[in-house]
Design a binder for this molecule. Structure first.
Ligand code: ADP
Ligand code: MN
Length: 495
């Protein structure tokens, strides 16, 4: 007698032929999917959120369900549009390329494009070609009218960028894709109805859960980082700000051998809601590096540009040896960097630590040094420097939060620098550092200017005069020739 009892004899009625059959495999797969996503699979074209009884305990699940449902509906709609447009015509237009492939069926190459996009400091943008008012260009038989199929097609493609940020237009924008007016109008129609529906959806979601700091698509993006093994786990949220949400994660293994993922990472998610970003426009709009691109971009891309900007700025700082997070990867509006802190505990902000007077003094000289390096070696002004964006870790100060940092020749760059100096001076003077320079001395020490005004108002006026001079200089000589002898050099102000 077996001490563990008689074995359960379940007869498996399945021949080898069955096991090998593709049909069976498909059925099993379907069964499994049905078990995991019961609601979504059952409702072919149901409402976006199927009732209140859907299990929302798992964020990931919710994200997957939303994504699946969205994709399904999107594809179904496309199919209808396709049918409507083609009718009985012998020549048909295929919408195949616009179809969404479910994220789990593909390694979404779309994500990779962003990464490639961002390897260079973005100074350039190509000029858009416009059709002049009169409606045609060229001469004789080479005349091209605004109704020209090719030109029009390209224009239509470009106009897709104006669709709502949530509306997926595929990666056609990056290609020389020509959409016929008919197709474009159909897509536009779809985009608008999508936008309205999406607005309703967001309304609903806002009320449902307070905890959901990021939208399903972002969650999916983060999930993919875990899925690819780049991150081990995402443990939780460190900070929820107006413009970003920061998460902690344990690093995993990199796909490429040459890159090492830090053991602990911070994931900064730039919020994709637009209104928070409105008041930050000035930091990016007037930054010469981004100016050309800014005017032509849709909101979705502008947000990504913030993330991109932070990445570039951090890289410059890293190269200068300034203690700051190290960039791991950028995917759309999600920036992964090394975590400053240990065992999931972020390093305290300077405003939250009590330092010995010795450490305080040390910190002050370090900050002074870093500000100079930032200005001279990185050609940057932090523009939001204060005890809120300096962390105390490993016995030194680390600078973070540089998405708004600008080059000193930014039309308001020197004003930003002065504000930084004011924050820093005040903090360390209040902190009892007798050696701390006042804000005006600090400004001169960092920038190398020698503004002699002995009061705030005159000093500020001189700063603005310098900025004005710089602006005029740019107007007269063109930005690249006069302002830079190369990337990373401070601007040259001549008298
Ligand atoms: P915000 O624009 O929302 O202020 P920050 O970059 O300042 O964004 O990040 C918000 C907070 O998240 C910081 O004050 C800091 O506490 C934490 N944080 C951000 N990046 C890191 C990092 N790399 N390591 C540890 N903590 C970080
Ligand atoms: Mn901050």
């Amino acid at each position: 007698q077996c001490p563990w009892g008689a074995p359960n004899t379940t007869s498996i009625s399945c021949s080898l032929a069955d096991v090998m059959s593709e049909q069976l495999a498909k059925e099993l797969q379907l069964e499994e999917e049905n078990a995991v996503f019961p609601e979504v699979v059952a409702v072919a074209e149901g409402p976006f959120i199927a009732g209140e009884n859907v299990d929302t305990s798992s964020d990931l699940m919710l994200a997957q369900m939303l994504q699946m449902e969205f994709d399904r509906e999107y594809d179904a709609q496309l199919r209808r549009e396709e049918k409507k447009i083609n009718g009985d015509s012998k020549v048909s237009i295929s919408f195949e390329n616009y179809r969404k492939v479910h994220p789990y069926d593909s390694d979404s190459s779309e994500d990779e494009v962003d990464w490639q996009d961002t390897r260079h400091d973005p100074y350039r943008a190509d000029k858009p070609t416009t059709t002049p008012r009169k409606g045609f260009i060229g001469k004789g038989k080479d005349i091209t009218t605004k109704h020209d199929e090719v030109v029009c097609g390209r224009k239509n493609t470009a106009r897709m960028e104006n669709f709502a940020p949530e509306f997926q237009v595929g990666d056609g924008i990056g290609m020389d894709l020509k959409l016929s007016n008919q197709v474009f109008n159909a897509l536009k129609q779809h985009a608008y109805s999508e936008e309205r529906r999406s607005a309703r959806l967001h309304e609903k979601k806002e009320h449902s859960t307070a905890e959901k700091a990021v939208d399903p698509k972002t969650r999916l993006l983060m999930y993919k980082m875990v899925n690819s093994g780049m991150l081990e786990t995402i443990t939780g949220c460190i900070s929820t700000g107006k413009e970003s949400v920061v998460f902690h994660a344990y690093g995993g293994k990199s796909a490429t051998e040459d890159k090492v993922i830090p053991p602990e990472c911070a994931i900064k998610v730039f919020k994709t809601t637009l209104n928070e970003f409105k008041n930050r426009d000035k930091y990016i709009k007037d930054d010469y590096r981004f100016k050309d691109r800014f005017s032509k971009l849709n909101p979705r891309k502008i947000i990504r540009m913030w993330a991109e900007k932070e990445m570039h700025n951090l890289t410059r700082m890293q190269n200068a040896g300034i203690p700051c997070p190290q960039v791991v990867i950028l995917k759309k509006h999600v920036l992964v960097m090394s975590f400053i802190g240990q065992d999931q505990v972020p390093a305290p902000k300077l405003k939250d630590v009590t330092l010995s007077s010795e450490d305080m003094k040390k910190a002050y000289y370090q900050v002074l040094n870093m500000m100079q390096q930032l200005y001279k070696e990185c050609n940057l002004v932090h523009a939001d420097l204060s005890e809120y964006n300096m962390l105390w870790h490993d016995g030194k100060v680390w600078l973070i939060d540089v998405s708004q940092s600008v080059e000193p020749n930014h039309p308001h760059g020197l004003e930003f620098l002065f504000r930084d100096c004011r924050n820093v001076s005040q903090f360390f003077q209040k902190g009892g550092v007798a050696e701390a320079l006042n804000e005006r001395e600090l400004f001169n020490a960092v920038s190398g200017f020698n503004i002699t005004a002995d009061n705030e108002v005159d000093f500020q006026a001189e700063i603005e005069a310098l900025e004005k001079m710089n602006e005029d200089h740019v107007q007269n000589h063109g930005k690249k020739l006069s302002m830079f002898s190369g990337d990373g050099d401070p601007p040259i102000y001549d008298e």
